[in-house]
Design a protein around this ligand. Structure first.
Ligand code: SAM
Length: 187
C-alpha cells in the first residue's frame, strides 16, 4: 500500500474492524516498540498489522533468528502483506483470538511480545477479553503485551488480565492522539 489514501479507502470500508482511517504515526510506532528487547526476543506477534507500518519497523529491528507472526482478518491487508516474502515473517489470515493454537502449531510454547493495534473498544466485549486472556497465556513469564487505543475504555479488563502490571503512556503526535498500554506478565 503505497500511500495513506489507499489505507484510508480500505479502513473506511471496514471501519468496524479497522477502528481508524489513517495508519499510526511514526511517533506512535516508535513509542510502541521502544520497550522491546530486540536482542533477546525470538518469537514476536503482531495483531492487526493493516498496511504494515508497525510490521516493517519490527522486521528492521528484529534479531536475524527471530520470527514475527502477524494476525490480520482483512482480505485486502492480508493479501498486500503476503506479497512481502520476508523469511522472518508469517502472515496469517486468522483472528487474534487464535494466538495460542497458531503459536503451538508453529512449534512454540510461548511468545516474547505481542504488539497489538486491534480496536478493542469497538469489539464485542467477549472477544476483546478472549484476546487479552489468550495473549496473557501465550506470553512467557516477563513477556509483554503492548497495545494502543484511542480511549481508556478497556483499562479495567487490561489491568484485570495482567494483574495490574500495566503502565499507560500518551502519544499526542498521532491522529487521533493515542494511549499505549504496556502490560507485563509476571508469574
Ligand atoms: C487500527 S488498524 C491498525 C493498522 C496498523 N497496525 C496501524 O497501526 O496503523 C486495526 C487492524 O486490526 C485488524 N483486525 C480487527 N480485528 C481483528 C482480529 N480479531 N484479528 C486480527 N486482526 C484484526 C483490522 O483489519 C485492521 O487492519
Amino acid at each position: 500500500m503505497k500511500n495513506k489514501i489507499t489505507f484510508f479507502k480500505e479502513a473506511i470500508k471496514n471501519i468496524r474492524t479497522s477502528g481508524t482511517v489513517v495508519p499510526s504515526s511514526k511517533f506512535l510506532v516508535k513509542k510502541m516498540l521502544a520497550g522491546i528487547d530486540f536482542k533477546t526476543a525470538r518469537v514476536l506477534v503482531e495483531f492487526g498489522p493493516g498496511s504494515g507500518i508497525i510490521t516493517r519497523e519490527m522486521l528492521k529491528r528484529m534479531h536475524p533468528e527471530a520470527q514475527l507472526f502477524c494476525f490480520e482478518i482483512n482480505d485486502v491487508f492480508f493479501e498486500y502483506l503476503s506479497r512481502d516474502k520476508h523469511p522472518q515473517l508469517t502472515i496469517l489470515k486468522t483472528s487474534a483470538t487464535e494466538i495460542r493454537k497458531v503459536i503451538q502449531k508453529h512449534g512454540f510454547d510461548h511468545v516474547d511480545y505481542v504488539v497489538s493495534s486491534l480496536p478493542l473498544a469497538i469489539m464485542p466485549p467477549g472477544v476483546s477479553l478472549e484476546i487479552l486472556e489468550n495473549s496473557y497465556i501465550a506470553l512467557k513469564n516477563k513477556g509483554e503485551f503492548i497495545q494502543y487505543q484511542y480511549s481508556l475504555q478497556n483499562r479495567k479488563d487490561v489491568k484485570k488480565v495482567f494483574n495490574k502490571q500495566v503502565s499507560i503512556q500518551f502519544v499526542t503526535l498521532n491522529i487521533p492522539p493515542a494511549f499505549v498500554y504496556f502490560c507485563k506478565k509476571v508469574q
